[in-house]
Design a protein around this ligand. Structure first.
Ligand code: URA
Length: 430
């Protein structure tokens, strides 16, 4: 079929086969199909949708457009993906937990852009830690420690980068099959056999309602299953940042506290829930999974794995035992409550933008960032405050303080009576 016929097929509600998608998306990646035809096709997909089988084929074509990592020498590796949030340091806690549970985490992670942070930036708060390993170092560390985490150096799913740029300017981003294939193409190319997804729902997330979150989670689980991977997803609340800290060093400190069993409740609960999903994907019962996930925090073995992982990638592991050594910005600015009451909400997006204003994030790829700045949410939604008490604290070096204060202030809401706080885990898809 010629490209106009393929566009027509989708426009009229037809279902593509592998050859159609290779001609369209493969052809686009090779520069043989122009933007205007793919733009028309994306709009047809946006309006008509895709069947689960068709979405899985699209994902496969996108994944196969670049390098496909072969991790089979490591057996059954586990990857975790979050659809993005503010203060989301889950990978720093979950990775060592899974390694301590005997699973193997061999993962590529990204850097932060705009209001969302990136795991690689956070880890670079630890002096010496490096995000690049040779293939040989990556595999041998994953085998020895149970955890290796590197920056994106490979050409993973280049079709996704091209399609995403076109979706961004043709009002076709928020389509479930397009988002699901975009995320899963990178996960399939990254090679893990087991994938645990944390689909965020709420004001700070791509998916605003639990219903939309569930449709996306289901689409991603179906793609993984069609592709022979084990995939499970949690739907979790992202109205409010996770934990108390947002900002690179501050988040690593909070992750270490959590591995020590002294972190915030929501972060620990989410990491336990994700670890349980990974164990259940490997055949554990829920009861057994709950007990084992909790045990690696209580007996210190997850913290020990984090220390081992940091040292293996050249980082100064003494920071793990003495978090006062982290370079946290010395300036402080506080927001206090002007009357007695309760914190009703903290808008995650505003907090993410405040970190960006302080210099802790980047507007454009490649910009340098300040690892030591950030925002501490001293009080979280549902907690009582008295007039004059600190609700939020900024850690700064003088840059962007007024703007960051404005942003956090605008993102905070108060109520006179105790507000209802949504549960963290809103649903599960397997
Ligand atoms: N994240 C992705 O990687 N792709 C999308 O389309 C949306 C969020």
């Amino acid at each position: 079929m010629r490209v106009p016929e393929l566009i027509q097929k989708k426009r009229d509600g037809g279902e593509h086969d592998l050859a159609d998608l290779r001609a369209l998306v493969g052809g686009y990646t090779r520069g043989e199909v122009p933007d205007y035809q793919v733009a028309a096709w994306l709009m047809a997909v946006f309006l008509r949708g895709m069947t689960p089988a068709e979405t899985a084929l699209l994902t496969r074509v996108m994944a196969e457009s670049g390098d496909m990592l072969d991790l089979s020498a490591l057996g059954d590796t586990v990857d975790k993906h979050s659809t993005g949030g503010v203060g989301d340091k889950t990978s720093l806690v979950l990775g060592p937990m899974l390694a301590a549970l005997g699973l193997t985490v061999a993962k590529m992670s990204g850097r932060g852009l705009a209001h969302t942070g990136g795991t690689i930036d956070k880890l670079e708060s630890i002096p010496g830690w490096r995000d690049q390993l040779s293939d040989e170092e990556f595999t041998s560390q994953a085998r020895r420690v149970g955890m290796a985490l590197v920056g994106q150096s490979r050409n993973l799913a280049p079709a996704d980068g091209l399609l995403y740029a076109l979706r961004d300017v043709t009002a076709t981003v928020d389509s479930v099959p397009l988002i699901a294939s975009s995320i899963m193409s990178k996960k399939l190319a990254a090679g893990a056999r087991t994938i645990v997804l944390d689909v965020k729902v709420g004001a700070g997330a791509f998916m605003r309602t639990p219903g939309d979150g569930e449709r996306l989670a289901r689409a991603m689980v179906e793609i993984g299953t069609h592709s022979g991977r084990r995939v499970r997803a949690l739907l979790t609340d992202m109205d409010t940042p996770l934990g108390h800290m947002a900002g690179n060093s501050l988040e690593v400190i909070e992750a270490i506290d959590t591995l020590r069993g002294e972190g915030p409740r929501d972060l620990l609960d989410l990491c336990l829930a994700l670890a349980e999903e990974a164990l259940m994907a490997h055949g554990a019962t829920r009861e057994d999974a709950e007990r084992r996930a909790r045990a690696v925090i209580e007996d210190g073995s997850a913290l020990g794995k984090f220390r081992e992982f940091v040292a293996a990638q050249g980082g100064d592991a003494s920071f793990v035992d003495d978090t006062a050594r982290f370079d946290v910005a010395p300036g402080r600015a506080e927001i206090t409550a002007d009357r007695d009451g309760f914190v009703a909400g903290v808008d995650a997006l505003s907090v993410g933008r405040a970190v960006l204003a302080l210099g802790g994030g980047r507007e454009r790829k490649g910009e340098a960032i300040d690892h030591g700045v950030g925002v501490e949410l001293v009080r979280k939604p549902g907690e009582a405050v008295r007039a004059g008490e600190t609700v939020a604290r900024l850690y700064h070096r003088g840059r962007g303080v007024d703007r960051a204060l404005d942003l956090v202030r605008t993102g905070l809401t108060f109520s006179e009576t105790a507000p209802g706080v949504p549960p963290l885990v809103l649903g599960r898809v397997q």
